[in-house]
Design a protein. Structure first.
Length: 235
């Protein structure tokens, strides 16, 4: 999939903003379709099978959380969620429903364009490059199997988004070593994200909620304050 030929579906009830997004992304070489509510967006998604969806959170008829959940029932298409709700719990709810990325409103169009390019590049690389040599891990409670990309807690499978999986894989591969904020951001998300430390913190918190027995007192993903994060093996 060449990025300049990617099809992008924008689902947003703000018609002015949707048109601005369309103009920016069309000028960058993408094919854009727009829906102004979640139900219409789902119909377009079924019919057109886009390469990426940009999804607003607050919409009439069907909000972004529900729309995201419905999309995830049938598709793994990457989703960038647009949200004016910048509270961590709102962002985490969006990630729980299956969003891959989020951008908080108001935002610069160039920032959104950079995120679109980064997401599509990651999808393209994952489909064309050989699998990297991730390291397996199993301590009897948490198990990570890179061969079939399975993560389990006490034998129960844990559903991770591709971004969460890549973040965990990088931490496990470097177990015991502190990975700097910028190192994590660049390797998992791309250079466009290297200064977004708050963005990384949200994903770390979300990963802890899925993996840790007590997310507030983690034993696996540990913080080195002001520096970065490290994975602590308990095997």
């Amino acid at each position: 999939m060449a990025q300049e030929k990617a099809n992008i579906l924008v689902i947003d009830d703000d018609k002015l903003l949707a048109r601005m997004v369309e103009d920016k992304l069309t000028a960058a070489g993408y094919a854009i379709n727009i829906s102004h509510d979640g139900q219409a967006g789902l119909r377009q998604m079924y019919a057109q099978r886009p390469d990426l969806i940009i999804l607003d959170l607050m919409m009439p008829k069907m909000d972004g959380w529900t729309t995201c959940q419905r999309i995830r029932e049938i598709s793994n298409v990457p989703i960038i969620m647009l949200t004016a709700q910048d509270r961590p719990q709102d962002i985490i709810r969006g990630l729980d429903e299956g969003a891959d990325e989020y951008v908080t409103k108001p935002f610069e169009m160039d920032v959104l364009l950079a995120r679109v390019r980064a997401v599509l590049r990651r999808v393209e690389l994952s489909s064309t490059e050989p699998q990297r040599e991730d390291v397996a891990y199993d301590d009897g409670y948490l198990s990570f199997n890179p061969v079939d990309r399975r993560v389990a807690l006490d034998g129960e499978l844990v559903k991770l988004t591709p971004t969460e999986y890549n973040l965990l894989a990088l931490l496990i591969k470097n177990a015991g070593r502190v990975l700097l904020y910028r190192e994590l951001l660049q390797q998992v998300w791309g250079w466009e994200y290297i200064d977004d430390v708050d963005y990384l913190r949200v994903y770390i918190w979300h990963l802890r909620r899925k993996l840790e027995p007590d997310a507030k007192n983690p034993r696996y993903v540990l913080t080195e304050h002001g520096v970065g994060y490290r994975f602590e093996s308990v095997a």
